[in-house]
Design a protein around this ligand. Structure first.
Ligand code: PEP
Length: 251
């Protein structure tokens, strides 16, 4: 069901004491009704999932992971499996983040495998798609994001999107302080939704599509005011409780 969702991607940041401090400020804000998003999701580094599970117990804040390996077990040194995430009460997992695609050479096909492996463990994949600055300047934005989306539809089938989230994350806006204007973001979100609608109207109407790329307290309202932007995937600003709660309040 289409819902307002704000997802914190902590990336490779934090230490035990900071996790406790940040979560306690977020829990407090959520308890005081500061976060109006229907769902707030925290995606810490995997190593902190046990601590986060413990500290969020009894709250409505959901837990997500930033990555996992599609195999269920085996000789994959340094990796974790989706089934392991389930054991730490994860309900979401980020798939195909541009940092994984670019820094760890993840292909569209591998991303699709992960998408399926996540769903096989009843985790909701948050599928990231997005273009580089160069691709945008060459007028390739729509074809790039639709190719990334199609790669998953081909492997998983359109029905798989009845229980998935999409995040449009222009690569040039991630961690750079450059944000897509609300109109630029809306244009891509509408493209994604109408592409899905051509295959299945019901899925298109119900899927949650997040925007990610330097979302901050001071631009969240304008972004969330767009018809096809349902929430945000937040990197840098999710490490500051006040900033993050302000974004959650705008959703
Ligand atoms: C992200 O990591 O998905 C992201 C959008 O980062 P930032 O908000 O820092 O641009």
């Amino acid at each position: 069901m289409r819902s307002s969702l704000v997802v914190a991607n902590w990336k490779m940041h934090g230490q035990k004491s900071e996790v406790t401090e940040l979560l306690s400020a977020i829990k407090d804000g959520v308890k005081r009704g500061l976060a109006r998003a229907e769902k707030v999701v925290i995606c810490p580094p995997s190593l902190f999932l046990g601590q986060v599970e413990h500290e969020l117990a009894g709250t409505e804040i959901a837990i997500g992971a930033q990555n996992a390996h599609p195999q269920t077990k085996g000789a994959f040194t340094g990796e974790v499996a989706f089934a392991m995430l389930k054991e730490f009460s994860c309900s979401f997992v980020i798939i195909g983040h541009s940092e994984r695609r670019e820094l760890f050479a993840e292909t569209d096909k591998f991303v699709a495998e992960k998408f399926l492996a996540a769903q096989a463990q009843d985790l909701i994949p948050i599928l990231c798609v997005g273009e580089t600055q160069e691709q945008r300047e060459s007028g390739l934005t729509k074809s790039i994001v639709l190719k990334q989306l199609q790669a998953v539809i081909t492997e998983a089938g359109i029905e798989a999107f009845s229980n998935a989230v999409i995040a449009y994350e222009p690569i040039w806006a991630i961690g750079t302080g450059l944000t897509a204007t609300p109109e630029q973001a809306q244009e891509v979100h509408a493209t994604l939704r109408s592409f899905l609608a051509e295959i299945d109207q019901n899925i298109a109407d119900n899927i949650t599509i997040l925007y990610g790329g330097s979302v901050k307290a001071n631009n969240a309202n304008a972004l969330f005011g767009q018809a096809d932007i349902d929430g945000a995937l937040v990197g840098g600003a999710s490490l500051d409780a006040e900033e993050f709660l302000t974004i959650c309040a705008a959703a």
